[in-house]
Design a binder for this molecule. Structure first.
Ligand code: SF4
Length: 227
């Protein structure tokens, strides 16, 4: 499979935020979200076998623990990534899969925790979510909306209610997008949507969702990669 980087850091998003985690970041994405902070994954990387990726994960985290498969869009390499996830599960790693929601997810092993994006209108990739993926979600999975405007918030709230998302998954996450060029200040001034404003909307509307901040961007410079 084509791999951009493998590194250990703290999980920055989802209900696992703050937990040490090995990230396997695969190369390539078929979407182009306007606020994407992973454009460096679109090309390059190096070819690695399942065995080589597994060995690097176990070197970084020999006592098992959390591994996230991310990208880019990891499910573009489904043929290689599904056996990798199964191998990690067999060896008792806890496996998270971060995916754009645009690729079919039926082949993902059941024990994998899927963190599935639904792209909102102002990402420039609205309408790409594969609705059939809702059927693959279980009580340990999470759905994430990255929001950059009131339009995005209204879309996410309506989608959450229409599909009764909160009843079927562990968490529905509403997360403000960061400015793509963000650097320096490690605070919410770098968000495209003010978290305070988002919090107030969520409280006013009683949205059954959790506000998520990208923790790593409050710990390290938002421009730093590999953390
Ligand atoms: S799906 Fe993810 S990697 Fe692809 S463009 Fe959007 S944010 Fe970037």
């Amino acid at each position: 499979m084509q791999v951009t980087e493998i590194y250990k850091s703290l999980q920055g998003e989802s209900t696992y935020a703050g937990v040490p985690c090995v990230f396997v970041r695969l190369t390539g994405c078929n979407l182009r979200c306007s606020w994407c902070d992973s454009e460096y994954t679109f090309q390059g990387g190096r070819k690695m076998s399942t065995r080589e990726v597994y060995d690097e994960v176990s070197r970084l985290s020999p006592n098992r623990g959390l591994v996230e498969i991310t990208g880019g869009e990891p499910m573009l390499q489904e043929r290689e990534v599904v056996p990798l996830m199964q191998r990690l599960l067999d060896d008792e790693y806890k496996v998270l899969l971060e995916t754009s929601g645009e690729r079919p997810l039926e082949s993902v092993p059941e024990q994998v925790v899927k963190i599935v994006d639904v792209k909102c209108p102002d990402s420039g990739e609205g309408g790409t979510f594969l609705l059939e993926n809702l059927k693959t979600l279980t009580a340990h999975d999470e759905i994430k909306f990255v929001l950059s405007s009131r339009t995005d918030y209204d879309f996410a709230r309506e989608f959450t209610e229409r599909h009764r998302l909160a009843e079927g998954v562990n968490a529905v996450l509403f997360s403000p997008a960061f400015r793509k060029e963000a650097t320096g200040a490690r605070d919410s001034s770098q968000c495209l949507l003010d978290p305070q404003e988002l919090a107030e909307w969520m409280l006013a509307d009683n949205v059954p969702a959790r506000l998520g901040l990208q923790l790593h961007k409050f710990i390290w410079d938002p421009a730093v990669k590999g953390v």
